[in-house]
Design a protein. Structure first.
Length: 77
């Protein structure tokens, strides 16, 4: 069962729905091990949120991961 959680961005509560492993098809094993992924909508824009399972990666690695996932899931950058 997927988890639902909330985050707050600039005073707005955003409900997040955890993505299943099936929905993450195509993501690298490293990304699936390092992060939990959630879908949410902020100001009408669907977004993919990643929560580190452990220590956060370096800014360079985060940028690479974001670029790869943006391309894989046809997200806006």
């Amino acid at each position: 069962m997927s988890e639902i959680k909330n985050i707050v961005i600039l005073g707005r509560t955003i409900p997040l729905q955890e993505r299943s492993k099936v929905q993450m098809k195509g993501a690298t094993v490293g990304d699936l091990i390092a992060y939990r992924f959630f879908d949410g909508v902020y100001l009408g824009v669907p977004m993919l949120f990643a929560e580190p399972k452990g220590e956060a990666a370096s800014p360079q690695n985060l940028s690479i991961t974001a670029s790869n996932l943006t391309s894989l899931f046809n997200l806006f950058a």
